[in-house]
Design a binder for this molecule. Structure first.
Ligand SMILES: *Cc1c(COP(=O)(O)O)cnc(C)c1O
Length: 409
């Protein structure tokens, strides 16, 4: 008799986006003809840039002739793309070797799969709130106890609380943990860890022989040159950190699908030798994954060209101007906004002590604007709310003026 992986039963219901959809559908039904504005999406909306389109077309053309056709590519991804990434890191003073880079079909799969190279009884720490994949993948792998509905957390996990007091970047855990997930700039809070804050985590990880899994998917949105865009800007991080990144938010590849992970050869785990985790990730990927699309990889090579980088910076500039419009517009209403300068998300405190969901309803009913309740990202997100800067400018402007005009604070 087949028995199922009962860890799936432990997962808290995939409640957030389906519940948002349900409440918006109900609102539309009860208020036909009312325009609903969206400031809730974590998805890109603007077209790919010309250099990238040319790269993707070139990828298609190469498949059209007998001389240039290729089937499966290099196990770790096209060498030209990895060489582009080596240059990308070198500009920040980081030296990586070609074979420390693993091209993937995105940061979400890598963030979900990376846990499989670690012991199933690892103690895992997460930023709270955080992108749900880190927690959920470890629940499925059996590293948690059951979900506590009242508290909104899983037994056995270590939650590193991010709140107003710590500027939404936590200190390393008090106790010894084995794995630590960090995301900077963070989704949902938009908070960015400073060099000093990352250094504390690297020192902790080296002391405890823990491994940091660093999601840098929003690194290119950092405007402040003092803030680190890679964990490897911290000395010795290559001994204790894996970095995951993606072309999704960087260059609008959410639907194209392309990402990468860095698993340094110097990385070590408690009883392992240097190089072993690197070998295991290669083994994992060659067993379960057959490479990113070669067309997408041609697009990625184009992103990393001088022209491609210039165009991606402009694309990011567009979204960050959206963020500025939201931020400036909402600050005058008296709402408390903590981010939106180095990340495409604005994290705000719900007014008057409302719960995240109560504020969701208020914003929808009074201003007809949809955002994302902070409580959907972890227990410490309660009382907070996420707005997203992804969207077309005119829609963003309409949403902001509706909030200014109609939200009763
Ligand atoms: C959007 C997002 C990703 C992107 O994942 P892809 O699979 O590359 O599209 C990864 N991490 C975080 C925190 C994100 O918000």
């Amino acid at each position: 008799m087949a028995r199922i992986n009962a860890n799936y039963r432990k997962l808290s219901a995939g409640y957030l986006f389906s519940e948002i959809g349900r409440r918006v559908a109900l609102f539309r039904q009860e208020n036909p003809g009312v325009k609903v504005h969206h400031l809730g999406i974590g998805n890109t909306t603007e077209p790919l840039t010309p250099a990238v389109i040319a790269g993707l077309r070139d990828g298609v053309d190469r498949l059209a002739t007998i001389d240039s056709y290729r089937g499966y590519g290099d196990e770790q991804g096209e060498e030209e793309l990895r060489a582009g990434l080596v240059r990308f890191y070198r500009r920040r003073g980081i030296t990586l070797h070609l074979d420390e880079l693993f091209i993937s079909d995105g940061a979400k799969p890598d963030a979900g799969n990376i846990q499989s190279i670690f012991s199933s009884d690892s103690v895992v720490a997460f930023q709270d709130p955080a992108y749900p994949v880190y927690v959920d993948s470890n629940v499925i792998a059996g590293r948690s106890g059951s979900y506590n509905n009242n508290r909104g957390d899983y037994a056995g996990f270590v939650y590193m609380v991010c709140n107003e007091e710590n500027g939404f970047i936590p200190d390393p855990p008090q106790d010894k943990v084995d794995l630590i997930y960090l995301c900077s700039p963070n989704n949902p809070t938009g908070a960015v860890a400073t060099h000093k804050q990352l250094k504390k985590f690297v020192e902790y990880a080296r002391k405890c022989k823990a491994v940091i899994i660093f999601d840098a998917s929003y690194s290119e949105f950092i405007a402040d040159p003092q803030l680190p865009r890679s964990i490897y800007e911290v000395e010795s991080a290559e001994e204790c950190a894996i970095e995951i990144n993606s072309f999704s938010k960087f260059a609008g590849f959410t639907g194209v699908r392309l990402g990468w992970s860095v698993v340094p050869k110097a990385l070590t785990a408690e009883e392992g030798e240097p190089g072993e985790l690197h070998r295991f990730w290669l083994r994992r990927q060659t067993t379960f994954f057959n490479g990113a699309s070669n067309i997408a990889q041609c697009g990625g090579i184009a992103v990393l060209s001088d022209q491609g980088l210039k165009e991606s910076a402009e694309l990011i500039g567009y979204y960050m101007e959206n963020a500025r419009v939201i931020r400036d517009g909402l600050l005058v209403t008296g709402l408390n906004i903590y981010s939106g300068v180095n990340a495409p998300y604005l994290w705000l405190k719900t007014p008057g002590g409302l719960t995240s969901w109560d504020f969701f309803d208020k914003l929808l009913h009074e201003a007809n604007v949809v955002g994302t309740p902070g409580s959907g990202f972890g227990p410490s997100g309660e009382g907070y709310f996420r707005l997203s800067a992804f969207g077309h400018r005119e829609n963003i402007e309409e949403a902001v003026s509706s909030v200014k005009k109609n939200l009763r604070l």
